[in-house]
Ligand binder design. Structure first.
Ligand SMILES: Nc1ncnc2c1ncn2[C@@H]1O[C@H](COP(=O)(O)OP(=O)(O)OP(=O)(O)O)[C@@H](O)[C@H]1O
Ligand SMILES: [Mg+2]
Length: 205
């Protein structure tokens, strides 16, 4: 049985991740590839409970290290109980956000040390990594404009533009560090043009 591929999609709020996930799912369905769609934080029963803790505005004053540790606790559960078993069955897995988001949000956004994040990454992931990461890059203001009609914001969505600019920079830094795996996509283009950039990447996967 051939192992499935693990694709992650990342980027700031409103970059178009959910929209492009629909495109990717229908593209893979046409190729008769069975894909499991999942997300972070979350993706498992326990992980979704951790997601609620992370995103609830009741916990406005959460310590940054607590936030980082909860992200990796949820990720540990996600990888071991869902992602790896699916890949071993031969299914493909598509995750809406993954470890690069910890580098961007908790590293870039919150300013936590990259060494600490790398320590947790080695602990939880060991040598496990996505086959490809689609990094949808948009200027923060454009992403915000796209989601401005959303009424209820979560704890992280309530952050400032400066915070999200640091997140975006954190993502770009990661893509420069891992150019083979992380494909930087200009998501400020139209939906169709953005999907086309993704299609070119999927075709050679
Ligand atoms: N390339 C694009 N051009 C114009 N509008 C877009 C584009 N991509 C997405 N949108 C629109 O922007 C809004 C946000 O897109 P989407 O929900 O896919 O973003 P997201 O990255 O999943 O956001 P979040 O991080 O909040 O989950 C949607 O209304 C979507 O239709
Ligand atoms: Mg989304």
């Amino acid at each position: 049985m051939q192992r499935g591929k693990f694709i992650t999609i990342d980027g700031v709020e409103g970059a178009g991740k959910s929209t492009q996930i629909d495109f990717i799912c229908s593209y893979l369905a046409k190729k008769n590839i069975n894909v499991i769609l999942t997300r972070e934080p979350g993706g498992t029963k326990l992980g979704e409970k951790i997601r609620e803790l992370l995103l609830s505005i009741d916990t406005k004053l959460m310590d940054n290290d607590t936030e980082l540790l909860l992200m990796f606790a949820a990720r540990n559960e996600h990888i071991k109980t869902k992602i790896i078993p699916a890949l071993k069955r031969g299914d493909w897995v598509l995750s809406d956000r993954f470890t690069d988001a910890s580098y961007a949000y908790q590293g870039g956004g919150r300013g936590l040390s990259i060494e600490r994040i790398t320590f947790l990454e080695r602990w939880v992931l060991q040598d496990f990594s996505p086959d490809v990461t689609l990094l949808l890059d948009v200027p923060v203001a454009l992403g915000m404009l796209r989601i401005k009609s959303r009424i209820r914001k979560d704890r992280i969505e309530l952050e400032t533009n400066d915070f999200f600019n640091r997140v975006r920079d954190g993502y770009i830094k990661r893509s420069k560090q891992f150019p083979e795996r992380i494909k930087l996509i200009d998501a400020s283009q139209t939906l169709k043009e953005t999907s086309q950039q993704i299609k070119v990447i999927l075709q050679v996967l």
